[in-house]
Design a protein around this ligand. Structure first.
Ligand code: SAH
Length: 213
C-alpha cells in the first residue's frame, strides 16, 4: 500500500470532522493530517482509515478512534522533548501522533503479535520511537522511568501504582478507568508529589489485561 493524494484528501476531511467535534489544538490536527493511518491498518480497511471510528486490528484489539486519540493527546499537553510512556501500543497510531508532536515515546504492548507488527509498520512510515517493547503496562517501564507524561490506551480497572511511581513531579497521566464504560481521568503529580485527579467524560476502550500474552 502507498500514501496518495486521495489519502491526503481523506485525512484533511478527518481533520475537519475533528474540528467540528471540538478539537482545537493546531499541533494535534497537523499531526493527524500528516500520519498515514491507513498504513497502520489491515489493507481491507484502507478506506475506513479516515473515518472517525475505532477499527479492528489483529488479536481482537482495536485502533483507537481518531477523536479519542486527539482528546487524550490534548489532555497530556505535550511539549517537544517530553518523555512519554504509552501503555497499549496496538497499531502504533497513538504513538505516531505523540512522536509527531516532538515527544520521546516509549511504548509497550502485552500481545506479541501486535508489538511486532506495530514496530514494523512504524518503521515503514518513518516513525522512530525511543522504545517499543513487549511488556505488561501494570508494571510500567521502570527501566527508563521517570516520565513527564503517561498515557494508557486500554480500559483500566484502577490507576496502577507503578505508573504513579514512574511519573515525574509536575507530570500527567491520562487513563480511562472503568469496566463497561470508562471515565477519562487526568492525574497530575505536583512538584511536591501530591496527586490530584479530574474526570473528562465517558469513553469505551478494550480492557487493560494483566500480564503478557
Ligand atoms: N494505542 C493503540 C490502541 C490499541 S487498543 C492504537 O493507537 O492503536 C489497546 C491496546 O492495549 C491493545 O493492543 C491491548 O493488547 C493493549 N493492552 C491491554 N492491556 C495491556 C497491558 N496490561 N499492557 C500493555 N498493553 C496492554
Amino acid at each position: 500500500m502507498r500514501d496518495t493524494p486521495k489519502h491526503q484528501g481523506l485525512r484533511n476531511q478527518l481533520v475537519q470532522i475533528l474540528i467540528s467535534k471540538g478539537i482545537k489544538d493546531q499541533n494535534i490536527l497537523t499531526a493527524i493530517a500528516k500520519i498515514p493511518r491507513h498504513l497502520l491498518l489491515e489493507s481491507a480497511f484502507e478506506f475506513h482509515a479516515y473515518q472517525d471510528k475505532a477499527f479492528p486490528i489483529a488479536a481482537g484489539q482495536t485502533i483507537s478512534q481518531p477523536y479519542t486519540v486527539a482528546f487524550q493527546t490534548m489532555l497530556l499537553q505535550i511539549q517537544p522533548g517530553d518523555k512519554v510512556l504509552e501503555i497499549g501500543t496496538g497499531s502504533g497510531y497513538q504513538a505516531a501522533v505523540l512522536h509527531s508532536l516532538g515527544a520521546n515515546v516509549y511504548t509497550i504492548e502485552r500481545i506479541k503479535e501486535l508489538y511486532l507488527k506495530a514496530k514494523q509498520n512504524l518503521e515503514k512510515i518513518g516513525v522512530r520511537l525511543k522504545y517499543a517493547g513487549y511488556g505488561d503496562g501494570y508494571k510500567g517501564l521502570p527501566l527508563y522511568a521517570p516520565y513527564d507524561k503517561i498515557i494508557v490506551t486500554a480500559a483500566a480497572p484502577y490507576v496502577p501504582q507503578a505508573l504513579i511511581e514512574q511519573l515525574k513531579p509536575g507530570g500527567r497521566i491520562v487513563i480511562p478507568v472503568g469496566d463497561d464504560m470508562q471515565e477519562m481521568k487526568l492525574i497530575i503529580k505536583d512538584n511536591n508529589g501530591q496527586i490530584t485527579e479530574s474526570s473528562h467524560g465517558a469513553f469505551m476502550f478494550v480492557p487493560m489485561l494483566q500480564n503478557k500474552e
